[in-house]
Design a protein around this ligand. Structure first.
Ligand SMILES: Cc1cc2nc3c(=O)[nH]c(=O)nc-3n(C[C@H](O)[C@H](O)[C@H](O)COP(=O)(O)OP(=O)(O)OC[C@H]3O[C@@H](n4cnc5c(N)ncnc54)[C@H](O)[C@@H]3O)c2cc1C
Length: 316
């Protein structure tokens, strides 16, 4: 029997974030039909991109005016789409947005949820996710009418598979779209929102205790601008108040898989590695050749990051 898989597509300024295509690639399997669930966007503009990765149905969800940033309303609208289109497996990204949205959907539907998956077998309902700071990989079999999965961003390289898709709007009953307990009054952009999101970045340049203070993170930001990279940090840098928590990479921070990860003044603790070890290439800049990261990277530079990064920026 054909299984309907729903993929919640994350957008950035009306465009599909690149990392969605890896998620779609991961969900493709025999005897499945792929439904992209697109919220508040011009689906006509996105159609071609979605078709080139095997999507056959684009569910057009329009939230009521003023509810665009309310995750409860968004979760309930997605649940309507899940029910209308008989979707039994729902995938979203394990990004900040996904971490807010997917558990709500799972809770409302009393459905099982696994976050941060990097492998899915939709036919057998099997998923893989890393546990205990990446020391083990759990293979989990899910059971239930609807299963919810969060997919680790950038964990899978996108592979094209051309199809043609139909756009289907979903009718929302506003009576069901109630957000009990809270209401979003205002959403305003911060300076941070202008930065490249860690989860989406192809290149991340991170700083740790070796950066010495908050001001020195500007050195990384300048280099990141040249590299079109996101800036990350170790927990020490966050705990010291040099940078916000949203920049923390690791076991208790963001889990990232960029093409290139540059660690500056970071020793390479197990907890930091838990968040970035699936990066395509790891480059370490450290004054101490015996630091753990130096033997767990593809390339290292034994040098003072505060000297070498400005030089690199100049060259770039
Ligand atoms: C439950 C738990 C969860 C945790 N979660 C996280 C997490 O999510 N993320 C995380 O990062 N950590 C986490 N930690 C903390 C972790 O154990 C380490 O303490 C932390 O990662 C170390 O940060 P660091 O590498 O910046 O600092 P350090 O370990 O102090 O390393 C600093 C490095 O900088 C080098 N250095 C110094 N000066 C320079 C210079 N001028 N140029 C170049 N190199 C220089 C030094 O040689 C050293 O290797 C967690 C810990 C626990 C117990």
């Amino acid at each position: 029997m054909m299984k309907n898989i729903g993929l919640i597509i994350e957008l950035n300024n009306g465009k599909i974030k690149e990392t969605n295509f890896g998620m779609i690639t991961l969900a493709r399997a025999k005897n499945t039909e792929l439904f992209a669930i697109v919220i508040d966007a011009d689906t006509g503009v996105l159609k071609e991109d979605l078709e080139s990765f095997g999507i056959t149905n684009i569910i057009d969800v329009m939230l009521p005016e003023g509810q665009q940033n309310n995750p409860v309303i968004c979760a309930k609208a997605i649940i309507t789409a899940i029910k209308v289109f008989n979707i039994s497996l729902v995938c979203g990204l394990s990004t900040a947005k996904g971490k807010d949205l997917l558990p709500r959907i799972a809770a409302f539907m009393e459905a099982p949820l696994i976050m941060d998956c990097h492998a899915i077998d939709p036919e057998q309902n099997l998923v893989k996710t890393s546990q205990y700071s990446g020391k083990t990989i759990a293979t989990i079999k899910l059971t239930g009418e609807v299963l919810i999965l969060g997919v680790r961003p950038n964990a899978i390289a996108p592979l094209k598979a051309h199809t043609s898709a139909r756009i289907v709007p979903v009718e929302l009953d506003e009576k069901n779209l109630v957000s009990k307990g809270f209401k979003v009054i205002k959403t305003s952009e911060t300076d941070e929102s202008k930065n490249i999101n860690l989860a989406d970045a192809d290149v991340i340049i991170s700083g740790g205790r070796g950066m010495k203070n908050a001001d020195n993170f500007d050195i990384l930001s300048k280099c990141a601008e040249k590299l079109t990279a996101a800036v990350g940090a170790s927990r020490v840098a966050v705990d010291a108040g040099w940078v916000p928590y949203s920049m923390q990479v690791g076991q208790t921070g963001e889990k990232v898989s960029p093409l290139v990860y540059i660690a500056c003044g970071i020793s390479g603790s197990m907890q930091h590695f838990a968040g970035m070890k699936t990066s395509g290439m790891i480059i370490a800049i450290n004054t101490d050749a015996t630091a753990a990261i130096m033997s767990n990277c593809d390339y290292y530079v034994k040098a003072d990051a505060l000297e070498i990064i400005p030089e690199l920026t100049k060259l770039l």
